[in-house]
Design a protein around this ligand. Structure first.
Ligand code: ADP
Ligand code: ZN
Ligand code: ZN
Length: 736
């Protein structure tokens, strides 16, 4: 190795797990080169790719004559700072994922496409003098215009464009109208002039909330992880907001992660109404330009609060003060394909690197977090009562074996619904299965409509008259006669569409809304539906887990879990935990207002321990039982796990590859790791591909990771590895 030339070690987005060495372009002043700058480089058959300088070295393992020169330097100063480089490096090592792909995941599209960021000036909206003097009653025939005028009127500062659009989706044409009328105007976004003080916030908190807030504030400037364990409606968000105020007072930024479905306009509005500062938003619904603009505002400390979904965890902060992940148990924090990272774990690593406290909030903390509390790694902060006067719901288990049913609804449930509706309350029915019926089959010959690519039954969707595979999304026209024997086909099993139909028969005078992926496909549909519910234009709502997360429905006094048995006997070791969380989250939707709530649970297994324990002892105690079971079964969080997934058109190829992989790992690790499999995945087939996996486990994280890199090099060299799709999942959350 000669050590006399400047070598750029570049992360290029390819599946190869390494950096690539380049020489600088001839005309470049080498003293200007810094890690974190983007470069355009020639790569393989591609003419040009955008990469990131990770290191600058003075030698290469390759002969200089083999090295190519970069085409050009994209940036005049690093677009990725030292802190972010450190994080990308860590994630690439921990997840054993190519650094170029980690970089790709960690930045907005604009950055990875090599666009310059200088043009991205943030602009904001405020009322004109005429707008300020306007009597909003004059706009009562234009409610959307009125809403915007009122919203802007509540703010001292102009509200930034992205944040306003996130809080009021689809409002752009309304803003244009208001500009035309001379009521609002566009200005350059200004810095924050936070006028609230912590004292204002604290006054409104109850004792537990105050104590929790004080603990968090005391940790600002340090690495510390808190689990804010509080029932739905116990006031966790108020605690987040008070702590954010404290960070703002110290001139520090706060990053708040929300689950995908939780990042609704309502929560953005709630933050906007509370804080007179620049709020940046990061989620997939934004345009590339908006996304890059807010990313830059966070990086340059022009935005003080950043609200976003999973990928927002990568947002660079100039003055980081506080990290928050709401509904920390939510699965959407783990990316399930490509670069399989956990945003929650990335946040905790950032907390160490940047000395910032983390708050993980949930009514149903994950077993991982509970285990970390047990190990004294995390600190638990408890909110034990519902805020204000709201009471906890009362549970009623309904044994539906042999009972009179109206489709999926028992008579007991129908009667109970009548009572609540007669008292002018709202009712929520939960069924985690969309479509009309989950089986279409022939009673004469036994033929069943199933997806050939997945070997799973099709779901019948009545509104579109289609058969849909919920596993691979394949669709085809439905039929009425058996293709084998021409007998009439029958429908079995109930989905949300079917319930909607039964409800229309049973409750002809009530207004019914269905919320699932089918009814919310159109942009803003979910927002409109939620608005309808809040405004009490709906009496009965029926929905899938989209309804279970974080929404406030103060008018709902009865919640029913229509089919509580679903998933009860799954073989996934996390199934009981997920079911318990879902159960608590669904029941948390009711009785949030001043009226107490009731939760009805329809089941064929009323004696099942999950129901018995959850209802009589609550989530926390049940979670303890589950933790003990995990410990006895030598499963996470008491062990660490890596999954090697293989997919191929031929199941034998998967098995061969994984068998060889297993032998290889045993050889490398000298039997220090436990290797299970090859095993078929929970759903063995999807889209015509067989899916098998190898489970690697160890008691110690370091021990587990020690041999993986070497193993991957061996796997990449295997001939068979070219024939199949394979991937590594570190700390897998979903074994399906
Ligand atoms: P969570 O985030 O735990 O679901 P929120 O913070 O959203 O709970 O609080 C639920 C409701 O209770 C909100 O309407 C909130 O304004 C109200 N609330 C929160 N804390 C208090 C309090 N100390 N006193 C009165 N109302 C409160
Ligand atoms: Zn038939
Ligand atoms: Zn399918």
């Amino acid at each position: 190795m000669k050590a006399d030339k400047t070598i750029l070690r570049v992360a290029v987005p390819t599946p190869l797990r390494r950096l690539f060495d380049y020489l600088p372009a001839r005309y470049i002043d080498e003293s200007r080169l810094l890690p974190g700058m983007r470069v355009a480089v020639p790569f393989g058959k591609k003419k040009e790719m955008i990469g990131l300088i990770m290191e600058i070295a003075t030698g290469s393992d390759f002969p200089y004559s083999k090295l190519k020169r970069i085409h050009r330097l994209v940036d005049t100063e690093p677009v990725i700072d030292q802190q972010q480089l450190k994080l990308i490096n860590w994630a690439s090592r921990y997840y054993h994922h190519p650094p170029g792909e980690v970089f790709f995941n960690a930045v907005p599209a604009w950055v990875r496409q090599g666009q310059t960021l200088e043009k991205l000036q943030e602009f904001a909206w405020r009322l004109t003098d005429i707008g300020r003097r306007l009597d909003t009653a004059e706009l009562k025939r234009a409610p959307r215009q009125q809403q915007i005028i009122k919203h802007l009127g509540r703010h001292e500062l102009p509200v930034t464009d992205t944040a306003l659009l996130a809080a009021f989706p689809g409002i752009r044409p309304v803003l244009d109208k208001l500009v035309e009328k001379g009521l609002v105007e566009q200005v350059v976004a200004t810095d924050n002039s936070q006028t609230r003080t912590l004292a204002d916030d604290i006054k409104k908190l109850n004792t537990e909330q105050r104590e929790a807030t004080a603990r968090i504030i005391a940790a600002i400037g340090q690495h510390q992880v808190f689990v804010l364990d509080g029932l739905t409606g116990s006031g966790k968000t108020e605690v987040y907001m008070a702590a954010i105020t404290a960070a703002l007072e110290q001139g520090l930024q706060s990053l708040v992660l929300l689950p995908e479905i939780g990042l609704t306009p309502q929560i953005i509005r709630r933050f906007q109404e509370r804080f007179d500062c620049h709020i940046a938003v990061q989620h997939s619904g934004l345009s590339d330009r908006e996304r890059a603009r807010d990313w830059l505002a966070a990086k340059q400390n022009r935005a003080q609060i950043i609200l976003g979904t999973r990928s927002a965890v990568w947002t660079p902060l100039a003055k980081p003060g506080l990290f928050i992940a709401d509904e920390e148990h939510d699965l959407s924090y783990k990316q399930q394909d490509g670069f399989r990272y956990s945003a929650k774990d990335i946040m905790i690593v950032r907390s160490q690197q940047e000395q910032v406290p983390v708050v993980l909030g949930s009514a149903t903390p994950s077993l991982e977090s509970l285990c970390n509390i047990e190990r004294k790694k995390h600190e638990r902060l408890v909110l034990s009562a519902r805020a204000g006067d709201a009471k906890l719901p009362e549970y009623k288990l309904i044994d539906i074996r042999g009972k009179k049913m109206h489709g999926p609804l028992s008579q007991v449930l129908v009667d109970e619904m009548q009572r609540h509706l007669a008292a002018k309350n709202q009712v929520l029915l939960f069924l985690n299965r969309r479509g009309y019926a989950n089986n279409l089959y022939c009673h004469t010959c036994g033929w069943k409509a199933s997806c050939k690519s997945c070997d799973l039954p099709f779901t019948y969707h009545k509104s579109s008259n289609k058969l849909v595979c919920h596993h691979c999304e394949k669709q085809q026209r439905s039929m009425t006669a058996c293709p084998e024997c021409h007998a009439e086909l029958i429908l079995v099993g109930h989905g949300t569409e079917r319930i909607e139909e039964v409800l229309a028969e049973q409750f002809p005078d009530q207004r019914i809304a269905r919320i699932d992926r089918d009814t919310t496909r159109k942009k803003h549909a979910i927002t409109d539906l939620l608005e309808q519910i809040r405004n009490r234009n709906i009496d009965i709502l029926i929905g899938t887990q989209m309804l279970a997360k974080g929404h406030h429905f103060p008018g709902v006094t009865l919640t029913a879990i229509v089919d509580a048995d679903r998933g009860l006997f799954s073989t996934d070791f996390r199934a009981s935990e997920r079911l318990a969380q879902l159960f608590m989250q669904v029941s948390g939707r009711s009785g949030r207002g001043d009226k107490p709530g009731t939760v009805l649970v329809q089941t064929h297994n009323p004696e099942h321990t999950l129901f018995q324990q959850l209802i009589s002892n609550g989530y926390a105690r049940y979670a303890q039982t589950l933790l003990q079971e995990r410990q006895q079964a030598w499963l996470p969080p008491y062990t660490y796990m890596v999954l090697l997934n293989a997919e191929a058109h031929n199941a034998d190829d998967c098995r061969h590859f994984l068998n060889k992989a297993a032998d290889e790992l045993k050889r490398i690790s000298g039997m220090s790791l436990s290797v299970f499999g090859p095993l078929p995945a929970l759903f063995e087939k999807r889209s015509g591909r067989y899916r098998w996996q190898l489970i690697v486990q160890a008691e110690d994280r370091k021990q587990l990771h020690n041999h993986i890199d070497e193993w991957l090099v061996q796997l990449e060299a295997m001939k068979l590895s070219k024939k199949i799709r394979w991937s590594l999942d570190v700390d897998p959350m979903d074994m399906a």
